[in-house]
Design a protein around this ligand. Structure first.
Ligand code: ATP
Length: 306
């Protein structure tokens, strides 16, 4: 009898993996009608990525083949490390994150996770390995508990609450009229940008992926919320391979490597202190932002300084 049920278990697992992938895509791209343009290879394997190490090797890409957006981009994020991508608006930062999800196929070069080419693994297994904290998450029209619990099928109430505590949103949820059963989303209670981001963090904590993509907020949260969220994000990224798409400088300072992207090219790379010392583009951004921080505390964004 057990033999008979094994294929059903497998089917259940496949279903859950696909669903998880769809949830994350939806969270990242907000609109589900932006359909994936890529297909699984006929002999696609399941990605096994315990470390989540990322490698972009001479990647060239354009949404339209006539207009190349990323020109020969190469970088590596070793397992457990944090890489931050900074640069002006339109430089290609979010494009790198979309390519990592294989939302688009690249024109040439290779992208690997733990040594496996992402074009040769199933998209469902790829997306199941990546957790994303987007800058503006779309919530489901359901309870706040459901929205967090979506991170992992079958999560218990205790696990959901533990994740909410770690994301510093538990006390806020308890203050709502129906606690975890309060309906949120378009037809329910509207949460603020900072609250939605914390729900996204709690959901990601439940999912517990080896690889994390943080899309930092462009819009300024109030500085206390921002500091709290940064503390939580720093904590969860410490134990995981993390790619930060940084619109602001806050998480960049601690990154093991920063790449400065300008018009689809890496123009500088290194740690914060080295880049400041190098006195190039990054130093210029940093100094300008420092002076803006003095005049407008908590308001300066990295894109504003170009
Ligand atoms: P920002 O800091 O403003 O978010 P970014 O560095 O993340 O900018 P991308 O969103 O990666 O920049 O965009 C890089 C370039 O690709 C831009 O010139 C943009 O116009 C173009 N682009 C982005 N998305 C698409 C798309 N779906 N189709 C065509 N071109 C696109």
């Amino acid at each position: 009898l057990a033999q008979l049920f094994r294929p059903l278990d497998l089917l259940g697992m496949v279903y859950r993996t696909i669903r998880q992938g769809l949830i994350d895509m939806e969270a990242m791209y907000q609109l589900i009608d932006t359909q994936a343009e890529v297909a699984d290879a006929p002999d696609a394997t399941v990605l096994r990525a315990p470390g989540g190490a990322v490698r972009f090797d001479h990647v060239r890409f354009g949404y339209d083949p006539e207009r190349e957006i990323l020109h020969d981009v190469s970088f590596e994020v070793p397992a457990g490390h944090t890489l931050a991508i900074v640069g002006p608006s339109g430089a290609g930062k979010s494009t790198i994150a979309r390519i990592l999800f294989r939302f688009y196929d690249i024109q040439s070069g290779q992208v690997t996770i733990d040594g496996q080419d992402i074009a040769e693994v199933t998209q469902a297994s790829l997306r199941a390995a990546i957790g994303i904290v987007p800058q503006d998450m779309v919530l489901f029209n359901d309870t706040v508990g459901y929205n967090i619990g979506y991170g992992r099928e079958g999560a218990s109430q205790d696990e959901i609450e533990a994740a909410a505590k770690a994301a510093s949103i538990h006390d806020f949820i308890l203050s709502l009229p129906k606690g975890y059963d309060t309906r949120v989303g378009e037809r329910g209670l509207k949460l603020s940008g900072g609250e939605k981001q914390r729900v996204a963090i709690a959901r990601t904590l439940l999912k517990d992926p080896p690889l994390l993509v943080l899309d930092e907020a462009t819009s300024a949260l109030d500085s206390r919320t921002e500091t709290e969220i940064q503390t939580v994000l720093r904590d969860i990224s410490r134990k995981r391979t993390t790619l930060v798409v940084a619109h602001r400088l806050s998480t960049v300072v601690d990154a093991e490597e920063i790449i400065v992207l300008d018009q689809g090219r890496i123009v500088e790379r290194g740690r914060h202190a080295d880049l400041v010392r190098a006195d190039g583009l990054y130093a210029l951004m940093w100094n300008r932002q420092a002076s803006e921080r003095e005049s407008l505390p908590g308001e300066a964004g990295i894109g504003d300084v170009f």
